[in-house]
Ligand binder design. Structure first.
Ligand SMILES: *Cc1c(COP(=O)(O)O)cnc(C)c1O
Length: 387
């Protein structure tokens, strides 16, 4: 048993071997001149931003991306020197000062934000201009992009490091809308280049686009989900072999046998139809196991898949271990991840809930300690022999 299995009731395991494998696998899809930006917003999709950033940088990422100012400050406080792109918008002079002080690289979305930066900055700062090509979230519309870029170019202390956009449908097997966005982006690039701006990096791709089409890679790709070993859509799994990084486990705290007709948990949403061995496990919705999955979740005990039964409560839930007669107090249950030949993925949870795997990953609460592991891959690829 690992030490944390004796001191924690429930935890998230973060497999740094899998993460580094994924970084290398993604890098393998890129031309040597294209850089990999590891998107580590939302505490690295729940995996722990500092550890993931260090590990991703060691494996070949050269940029980090965060959504918010505090997320960027956390990485700087941990002593991470890599360039950090702030993907979200910053609007107030106070934010601008903090961004500049931490040498984060902000995304400028509107002329107004650009002016706030120009009025506040005392020294030059690398900034990134966001063009809206069809996501309708952040950025200046592609139709007015040239004026926007030229305005920023004239402002003091703003050094345009990149021009970028974000795709709305890169995970859709039908590429039509993505291609339309790319055409709009290309149009902006042509205008900007002919206006004499040639030094700026260009970027467009999230994970889905990185896997879908090398033509979308440009100078840098911004990968989130794929780093964590998940595919944005099933058809994208053909392009690269990724390994899930996160596993969620908890310990059994009590085992009992209940008679037929006995109800389990609040509201008796489950009533035993036969004699049932019930294990109580120390994880609940306050840890990020959605209550909406009550009676629909599965878990793995000793390599056997078993059903979760009854309402998931704040700190605990029950599983039916009738099929695992040896299951006992103190042992580890896997809710997400592998145990023996069985595995449960964030996609399984997402499908049962009617959501996407991104939301599952960043739903695990800080009450669950993140522990790092280095797991040997289940199917280690043998080194290709050259003769
Ligand atoms: C979150 C985000 C990404 C990463 O998206 P994934 O689908 O997780 O790869 C890339 N770019 C921007 C602007 C984002 O906000």
């Amino acid at each position: 048993m690992q030490n944390w299995e004796l001191t924690h009731r429930a935890w998230v395991e973060v497999d740094l071997n899998a993460l580094e494998h994924n970084v290398r696998a993604l890098r393998g899809l890129l031309k040597p001149s294209t850089e990999l930006l590891a998107v580590v917003k939302a505490d690295a999709y729940g995996h722990g931003a500092v550890t993931v950033s260090q590990s991703a940088l060691a494996a070949g990422a050269t940029w980090l991306g965060v959504a918010t100012l505090p997320e960027g400050l956390e990485l700087r406080a941990a002593g991470i020197p890599a360039p950090i792109l702030l993907l979200g918008a910053t609007n107030t002079p106070e934010e601008v000062q903090a961004v500049a002080q931490a040498q984060l690289q902000p995304t400028i979305c509107t002329p107004k934000q650009a002016l706030t930066y120009a009025e506040t900055l005392a020294t030059p700062l690398a900034v990134h201009l966001k063009i809206d090509t069809g996501m309708s979230r952040l950025g200046t519309s592609w139709q007015s992009a040239l004026e926007f870029v030229q305005l920023v170019q004239r402002l003091p202390n703003l050094k345009i490091a990149s021009i970028y956009s974000h795709l709305a449908t890169a995970d859709d097997p039908n590429p039509a809308l993505m291609q339309l966005q790319q055409q709009r982006f290309e149009q902006v690039v042509a205008q900007v280049r002919s206006a004499g701006l040639t030094e700026q990096r260009l970027h467009l791709a999230n994970s889905a686009a990185t896997l879908a089409d090398p033509d979308l890679h440009y100078d840098l790709v911004r990968t989130g989900l794929a780093l964590y070993g998940l595919y944005s859509a099933p058809h994208l799994s053909l392009h690269v072999d990724l390994r899930p990084v996160l596993q969620v486990r908890a310990r059994i705290t009590q085992v009992k046998t209940i008679a037929p007709g006995t109800g389990v948990s609040y509201g008796h949403l489950f009533v035993a139809s036969q004699e049932t061995r019930v294990a109580t496990v120390a994880i609940g919705y306050a840890d990020g196991v959605p209550r909406l999955l009550s009676n629909r979740l599965q878990a793995i005990v000793r390599g056997v898949r078993v059903p979760q039964i009854g309402a998931i409560t704040m700190d605990q839930c029950m599983i039916d271990v009738t099929a695992v007669p040896d299951a006992q107090e103190g042992e580890v249950v896997t809710f997400l991840g592998e145990d023996g030949a069985e595995q449960i993925s964030a996609e399984d949870w997402a499908e049962a809930l009617g959501t996407i795997s991104w939301e599952i990953l960043c739903g695990f609460k800080h009450r669950l300690p993140r522990v790092t592991v280095r797991r040997a891959p289940q199917f280690e690829q043998s080194a290709p022999s050259s003769r």
